[in-house]
Structure formats: C-alpha cells, structure tokens
Design a protein around this ligand. Structure first.
Ligand SMILES: Nc1nc2c(ncn2[C@@H]2O[C@H](COP(=O)(O)OP(=O)(O)OP(=O)(O)O)[C@@H](O)[C@H]2O)c(=O)[nH]1
Ligand SMILES: [Mg+2]
Length: 314
C-alpha cells in the first residue's frame, strides 16, 4: 500500500493521514498497523503528564527545540488538549505546531481520543506505532491529568515526566497516590509564580518515603518554560533516566509491559466485536437487558450465557 511506503519514508502527510484514520476508528487501520509494526521498536518514548495548564505543551515545545539541535528527529502527540483552564490550549498548540512546520525532522499533532472504540491507550499506542515506524528517534506523548487513563498511557513510555506548578499548593496531596510510580522526573514549572521551594520539599519527602520497585529515585527540576529556564537540566535528567533503564536492562521489561497492555486491549476489543457479530445481536442483547432489569436474570449470569452461546456457535 502506498500510504505504508510513505509513512516508512517519514512523509508528514501520510503520517498525519494515518493518525486521522486511527482517530476515526477506520477499518483500514488494522491492516496498515500490521504492516508498520515490524519497523517499530527503535524510538525512545517520553511521556509528559500533569494537571491542566501546568505548561506541558510549552515545555514539550522547548524540549523539542533542544532535541532538534542534537540532530534527532521527533514526533509529538498531544492527547485531547482540550482543557478549559489554560485558555485556548488548542489554538496555542496550533501556533506551536506552525512554528515547527518548516522542519521536516519534527512532527506535531494533537489527537482526539474521547469516545475512541478501543479507548485512550489503544489510540495512543497506534499513534506511537506510526511515528516509530516513520523513524522518529524520540516520541513525546502529552496527556492532561493524573488519573488512571493517564497512568496507563504513561506506562507505555520509557521515561515519564510529571509537570506540577507551585500554584497548585496543597493539591499535591490529592494526586500523590498515582504519581509516585509513574514520575521518573518531576518538573516544577512556573517556578516564577509562587514558592516552588515548598513544593520541592513536599515532593522530596514523598520521594524519600516511597521506594520504587525499579530502584530509581526521581529527580526534581524547577523550570520556567516560557523563559527557557531549566530546560537543559530537564533534558539531562530525562537522558539520565534513559541511561538508567538501559544499564539496568529494563528496556525489554518495559517493552513487555507495553506489549501486554496493548495485547489485552486488542483482545478485549476483538472479542467483543466477534461476540456481538456472532451471538449478541441487538435483539438478543435487548432480551437479556429486559430480564436483567426485571430481576429475572442478572448481569453475571447473562455474561456467562452470552459467552457460552458464542463458544457453542464457533
Ligand atoms: N508564568 C509562567 N507561565 C507559563 C510557564 N509555562 C507555561 N506558561 C503559560 O501557561 C499557560 C498554559 O501553558 P500550556 O503549555 O498550554 O499548558 P498545558 O499544560 O499544555 O495545558 P493543557 O494542555 O491545556 O493542559 C500558557 O499561557 C503558557 O504561556 C511558566 O514557566 N511560567
Ligand atoms: Mg497542552
């Protein structure tokens, strides 16, 4: 297929088109992704997450500039950059994208995944496959928030940075639980606003109390993204973590975790599709629902019955 050849040659329009197909749940994507997959596995994947408006996109943009100076190519995906807090995030992202539009070594794209059939992580993994196959050295995934979905996405990255700001104050306590395992590097952005040292002390305490399975102790970097302060140090810390996972031989382990997640997502999706087409027509579903609602049946027995009917059929 022509589009596959073009993606492999890093043609930006073909990459963009393939990612649109993914976004739209197109039936063509599966066969394209199968062809692209053997060409993947070379990119370094960096996850960037944090609360709305923390300055993630600004940081990613500045990091991309530094990385480009090292002659490495980059693909950037911003997942659902729709937060109402930062005021026109999408517009801002567009402007940033235009700034890099003359550089063929960088591909930037925002991706809407809400309502995606296979969920957020499926869409993100597929986009990573496309960028990886196109030969990008570094892939950056930006996601808003620190909830379960984001944690899952970040799990697919080799290195993850969590961006916080001093303005959030005590909010740190509420997000604490989720972030300790996923943050390989903590960033306190907007260090020009408020007392970042207080947050730094809080974070340090948390890091000390928490012992990670992989033995890594996350460093903290203070930045002012809009003034290019702390960016080089941040990139250095990112590379240190990468060195660490290489030295500790964690790369294959991480690749396996990622593949497992991806595989389970796909099995769920495919199984549901097959069951629906073979033994769960809308009419049969309606019959089950009527019985469940009337308490003549229950969802537990119904699910077992549906699977049993499917197995008998196939
Ligand atoms: N004062 C100050 N403002 C900053 C800094 N970094 C980013 N900003 C501003 O904060 C706003 C939000 O920045 P973004 O980079 O869009 O933040 P984001 O985390 O990507 O936002 P969402 O994707 O919407 O969650 C913008 O107006 C930036 O110019 C900083 O270090 N200091
Ligand atoms: Mg953003």
């Amino acid at each position: 297929m022509e589009i596959i050849e073009k993606v492999l040659k890093a043609d930006a329009r073909a990459i963009a088109k393939t990612i649109s197909l993914i976004e739209n749940n197109s039936s063509r994507t599966q066969s394209i992704l199968k062809e692209l997959y053997p060409h993947t596995g070379n990119a370094f994947i960096l996850g960037v997450t944090g609360p709305p408006g923390a300055g993630k996109s600004t940081l990613v943009d500045k990091l991309a500039e530094l990385i480009r100076k090292q002659e490495k190519t980059i693909g950037i995906i911003a997942i659902d950059p729709t937060s109402p807090f930062s005021g026109g995030a999408i517009l801002g992202d567009r402007i940033r994208m235009q700034r890099h539009s003359t550089d063929p070594g960088i591909f930037i794209r925002s991706m809407a995944t809400r309502g995606h059939l296979g969920g957020l992580s499926r869409a993100t993994n597929d986009a990573i496959t496309v960028l990886d196959a196109s030969g990008k050295d570094i892939i950056i995934i930006e996601t808003v928030g620190v909830g379960q979905d984001e944690v899952e996405i970040v799990n697919t990255a080799h290195t993850s940075i969590v961006v916080l700001t001093p303005i959030m104050g005590d909010d740190i306590q509420t997000i604490k639980a989720g972030i300790m395992e996923i943050a390989d590097v903590f960033v306190i952005n907007k260090a020009d606003k408020g007392d970042y040292r207080r947050l730094e002390v809080d974070l340090k305490n948390m890091i000390e109390q928490f012992s990670r399975e992989d033995g890594w102790e996350a460093p903290i970097v203070a930045t002012v993204a809009i003034k290019d302060t702390g960016l080089e140090e941040l990139l250095q810390k990112i590379y240190s973590h990468r060195e660490y996972i290489l030295k500790q031989d964690l790369l294959k382990y991480k690749a396996k975790i990622r593949s497992q997640m991806q595989l389970m997502d796909l099995i769920k999706e495919l199984a549901l599709q097959k069951i629906c087409s073979i033994s769960l027509s809308p009419e049969v579903l309606e019959q089950h629902l009527e019985k469940i609602v009337a308490r003549e049946s229950d969802p537990y027995s119904a699910a077992e019955d549906i699977i049993a009917a499917f197995l008998k059929h196939s």
